[in-house]
Ligand binder design. Structure first.
Ligand code: P71
Length: 470
């Protein structure tokens, strides 16, 4: 099955437009800069796009995390915030929405995704445990390691190949799971962490068929499946588009079907759920919930707010309802694919198939003359900023960090620059400008040089590392 086959794409265009199902009520003015100003700004930022001031950015494609536009209904929800320390009505609204749309019985709110990961890792992982996952995510793996666990990658090989057009590159390789159970024993595997629209693989979904197989395998071995639900609604949309038997099911139904095959989740609500801040842990097991509730009061806040304001929980409850709307997902992912197709048509190497939340430039293919330890993706992201004031994010050797055993850079196969689209924020003309800028940088790729890392923090180095040009 080819996910990008032409007949398929024409079909979806003929039957429903993916134009925006909203209109614009308020705008935020952007500041334009000169090339000289941008050269100075990136120099001061140590060639790290995380260290730029947002006022120096024209089109901000750093992340889709907390950067989406809330609707008028969500803003109205903010005014209904119940800021009581305990038992806020907004908590109960959120719990009802999570029960209705995700199906998990128990909800423990947290300030954002990594807060939930911290709590889940602490209550579920014992030192010496192994935690399989369909590719690492930076914060997820760090919390697993800090709890004494070791992450084990069990995603299919295709996910590590930017050119593979497998329609479900987020799938788990059951042979890798079986080998891990054979090697360490199921009792040293506290859970498998399953991510939808796998971020580090390029926003690649898993299939329902794969999840069903994984579910059967895990039941046999008594291993819980903990979902990283951050972009699961987007994953549900891909299942509807690509998987046999799902064209007539709603995103909402598919989401429930996914969650019903899992035991709980962590959530960064800053993505799918259309809010600027928030997250949660959810599960079906009462004992596990009690442990999470007890841990959340140590690190986040009381178990009915977990670091969020009441108003944030209300905006999230409303965001869940908007996120499962078909026309929302179709416009959201449609816009990502519009940008991706422009770059493919121009011959720029990107991760295929085009994913959910971003277009990922293949920096290794763009800049084969730069060794990976001179950080080609970091250099490419800096050049894109200088070219047009567009901010992107390195997702390669800097993000992957060092192997704790050897101390060497991990040198991942995927050396990528992520152009991430906030939801409901930018226009088609912004996509055109972005594509033109990427093509300009690509044309002069042979002149781009690598970078030397001159400051390296201990944890999650990509956020604060500084570089100098060679
Ligand atoms: C993204 C982010 C934000 C981020 C985090 C770390 C490095 C760079 C950027 C956050 C996620 C995520 C998944 C799948 C958990 C988190 C943590 N993504 N799981 O993509 O994508 O959530 O940021 O709310 O703490 O830019 P959190």
């Amino acid at each position: 099955m080819n996910a990008e086959s032409h007949s398929h794409e024409h079909h979806s265009h003929e039957h429903h437009s993916w134009a925006e199902p909203y209109k614009i009520k308020m705008v935020e003015l952007l500041r334009m800069t000169t090339r000289a100003e941008r050269e100075q700004a990136i120099l001061e930022a140590g060639y790290n796009t995380f260290l730029l001031r947002s006022e120096d950015v024209y089109i901000d494609l750093l992340t889709d995390s907390g950067t989406s536009a809330m609707s008028d209904r969500q803003w109205a929800g903010l005014m209904m915030g119940d800021e009581a320390y305990s038992g806020s009505r907004n908590f109960y609204h959120l719990q009802d929405a999570v029960r209705e749309f995700y199906g998990y019985k128990y909800l423990v709110p947290t300030h954002q995704g990594r807060g939930a990961e911290h709590i889940m890792s602490k209550i579920m992982i014992k030192p010496g445990d192994y935690v399989p996952g369909n590719m690492y995510f930076t914060t997820t793996r760090l919390h697993q390691e800090l709890a004494g666990g070791a992450f084990v990658d069990v995603i299919i090989d295709e996910a590590h190949d930017p050119a593979s057009t497998h329609p479900f590159k987020g799938n788990v390789d059951l042979r890798k799971m079986d080998a891990l159970v054979g090697k360490v024993g199921a009792d040293r595997i506290p859970y498998i962490s399953l991510e939808g629209c796998v971020n580090m693989a390029g926003g690649q979904p898993f299939s329902m068929a794969n999840l069903r197989e994984l579910h059967a395998f895990c039941r046999r071995h008594g291993i819980p499946i903990m979902l990283d639900a951050t972009r699961t609604i987007e994953n549900a949309w891909f299942i509807r588009q690509r998987e046999e038997g799902y064209a007539d099911k709603s995103v909402r139904q598919i989401l429930r079907e996914i969650c019903d095959l899992t035991d709980g989740c962590t959530m960064s609500a800053k993505k799918d759920l259309l809010v600027n801040i928030g997250g949660f842990f959810a599960c079906n097991d009462e004992q596990l919930c009690l442990k999470a509730q007890n841990m959340v009061v140590v690190y986040e806040g009381l178990h009915t707010y977990g670091g969020m304001a009441g108003r944030d929980m209300e905006a999230m409850a409303i965001g869940i309802q908007e996120a499962v709307m078909e026309e929302h997902q179709s416009a959201r992912i449609g816009q990502v694919h519009y940008l991706g197709r422009k770059l493919l048509d121009a011959g720029v190497p990107i991760v295929r198939p085009i994913g959910s939340h971003a277009v990922f430039l293949d920096a290794r293919a763009c800049l084969p003359h730069i060794d990976q330890d001179l950080y080609p993706a970091q250099a490419l992201a800096a050049q894109l900023y200088i070219e047009a004031g567009i901010r992107s994010m390195e997702r390669g050797n800097v993000s992957a960090g060092r192997d704790p055993a050897t101390g060497n850079n991990r040198r991942p196969n995927l050396e990528l620059v992520r152009l991430t689209l906030p939801r409901r924020v930018y226009t088609q003309a912004h996509m055109d400008v972005t594509a033109e800028a990427v093509v300009e940088v690509y044309k002069r790729r042979n002149e781009i040089r690598g970078l030397k890392m001159v400051y390296e923090p201990e944890y999650l180095r990509f956020f604060q590392a500084r570089f100098e040009p060679l």
